[in-house]
Design a protein around this ligand. Structure first.
Ligand SMILES: [Zn+2]
Length: 262
């Protein structure tokens, strides 16, 4: 019996059922019951993912249905890392599938490459891989306090750690130093790798670091960041949802970082 699970997206929302705090995906029978036909269907060919299919629909479902569309960014707090990464892969590939249709060299309609996740131009042979845009995210620590900033795109009272996209020619560490200096006006030192997380909104890979204050006064750029301070754990403002690497960095600080670094 074919009982594959499906990641079904409607824009950035994922079709799911939440039961006892767990996110459940629909299988073939569920989709049949819902009368859902998938567009932009992607298959994963790698061994460990063979039981998943990806696709998207452009209609909403009846409100009485037990499956609903939830923003993937919201579901992250209910998913373990491996599950979120798979959903992130699905969303990333669906977005890429719908945005890269023509060869960027000669304009011909491209085809899926059979042996890897790529598109190939049947005319000029140019191969396109899904774009992945790396970005750094960093906890800056000073005197057992954590730097938290309000990004102008955030909800009004939510604060988080500093993040930004890597520029051509930069190492991750260069990017940490530049972003913290540009956005907050501080120098940092003792940059250490923390972890990473796919962030397919639309195509990022967040690479997280911890570092220490190395000089300067907090001076926000007023464009991306409009407020920032060093906070001790007992004075933290509202924070990002659980599951994001931003929150994992903050939780790390609460558990381990609010002490002198080794
Ligand atoms: Zn071409």
């Amino acid at each position: 019996m074919n009982n594959k699970l499906h990641f079904v997206f409607n824009d950035d929302k994922l079709l799911a059922k939440i039961e006892d705090g767990h996110v459940l995906m629909p299988n073939d029978n569920d989709l049949k019951t819902l009368g859902v036909t998938l567009n932009n269907l992607c298959f994963l060919t790698s061994k460990d993912n063979k039981d998943f299919l990806f696709g998207e629909v452009h209609t909403s479902l009846s409100k009485t249905c037990e499956f609903k569309f939830y923003k993937l960014r919201i579901l992250i707090s209910l998913m373990d890392n491996a599950f979120f990464n798979l959903a992130a892969k699905a969303f990333h590939l669906i977005t890429w599938n719908s945005t890269y249709k023509y060869c960027s060299k000669c304009g011909t309609l491209v085809k899926n490459k059979e042996d890897e996740i790529a598109k190939i131009c049947p005319k000029c042979g140019f191969i396109n891989y899904p774009r992945i845009s790396p970005a750094i995210i960093t906890a800056v620590i000073k005197d057992n306090k954590l730097l938290l900033a309000h990004n102008t795109n955030f909800p009004k009272d939510m604060y988080s750690v500093i993040a930004g996209f890597i520029e051509p020619g930069e190492t991750f560490e260069d990017c940490v130093r530049r972003e913290v200096f540009e956005e907050i006006g501080l120098n940092v030192k003792n940059i250490k790798y923390f972890g990473s997380q796919p962030w397919p909104f639309p195509d990022s890979l967040m690479v997280a670091f911890t570092c220490e204050y190395g000089g300067g006064d907090v001076t926000v750029d007023g464009i991306e960041i409009d407020d920032a301070s060093f906070y001790s754990v007992d004075e933290f403002p509202n924070l990002p949802l659980g599951g994001s690497i931003a929150r994992r960095l903050i939780d790390w600080f609460v558990n381990y970082g609010a002490r002198p670094m080794e």
